[in-house]
Design a protein around this ligand. Structure first.
Ligand SMILES: C[S@@+](CC[C@H](N)C(=O)[O-])C[C@H]1O[C@@H](n2cnc3c(N)ncnc32)[C@H](O)[C@@H]1O
Length: 269
């Protein structure tokens, strides 16, 4: 069967960007549109693609099906043990890179690192020699991190830790985190989150458990002048602004995402 015919048959089953992402990885081809008219799928490939289509129809995210996701211009291995990196988190990376330019940090912690997309994106986009640590409570997630370290050939240390428990006080110049922050009700109602680990999403009734914990405890783990850079949910700013522990820090500001929503809180010790 011609690839073009398969595309025509399936373009209503898949969302278009998912369909092209799937074929790019499945066929190891960069430009699917360019080859579609002359590429012939063999029986085995058609069978595999039919199996993938069935999983997709059941709601499994395309990133878990193909085992990879794009983030900050790079591909990362993912599986059911890690959150699929989101485009909104690229803002977090951008902000950390700006802080690095201003303050020349020596040591950075990516707290709740999942597949390590944040730490690796930072490492690959800084010229300065920074020691980067990625930590997560989930050992299976750290195994995915390890695979991504190898894939991207970067030097990042991994630590299995419940929040900051494994670390010494006043260790870090920057703590960056995209913690779990989904409200309980939202998590129950949204089927598309069903396939991702609860551990990466759930954060109590209002979704603020980890954000407040990191703001409060993170202060002690930063060096003087260090920055905490944290991603939050789209509607959480109001409640976070009222959280008294923010006043521990000398400076704070918000950064908006591409949809003009306050997404990243930066606190300076
Ligand atoms: C929202 S995901 C972020 C993953 C990745 N950094 C990203 O931005 O795509 C939150 C991560 O925090 C981890 N996590 C949950 N509870 C934790 C805890 N108590 N201590 C450390 N990490 C935790 C989860 O395993 C998950 O990998």
């Amino acid at each position: 069967m011609k690839l073009n015919d398969w595309l025509y048959k399936n373009n209503k089953v898949f969302c278009l960007s998912d369909l092209y992402f799937l074929l790019k990885i499945f066929l190891k081809e960069k430009n699917i549109s360019k080859i579609a008219d002359n590429y012939f799928l063999n029986k085995n490939q058609i069978q595999q693609l039919e199996n993938i289509r069935n999983l997709y129809k059941q709601g499994m995210p395309i990133a878990y099906i193909v085992g990879e996701e794009e983030f900050y211009g790079e591909r990362f291995f993912v599986n059911k043990d890690v959150l699929i990196p989101r485009p909104s988190t690229e803002i977090l990376v951008e902000e950390v890179l700006k802080i690095i330019d201003r303050s020349l940090p020596k040591i950075i912690l990516d707290l709740g690192c999942g597949c390590l997309n944040i730490a690796i994106s930072i490492a690959k986009n800084t010229a300065t020699n920074i020691f980067i640590v990625g930590s997560d409570i989930s050992y299976p997630a750290l195994l995915v991190s390890k695979k991504n370290i190898k894939k991207h050939n970067v030097n990042i240390k991994l630590v299995c830790s419940d929040m900051l428990l494994a670390f010494k006080k006043e260790s870090f110049d920057i703590i960056v985190s995209n913690p779990p922050y989904v409200e309980e009700e939202y998590l129950k109602r949204n089927k598309y989150l069903y396939f991702e680990p609860r551990l990466a999403l759930a954060a109590g009734e209002d979704g603020l458990y980890f954000i407040f914990k990191i703001i409060k405890e993170g202060y002690n783990y930063l060096k003087k002048g260090g920055h905490l850079v944290i991603e939050v949910g789209a509607l959480q700013r109001k409640k976070i602004d009222k959280f008294g522990e923010i006043s521990l820090y000398r400076e704070n500001y918000w950064v908006k995402d591409y949809s003009n929503v306050d997404r990243v809180l930066v606190l300076k010790k």
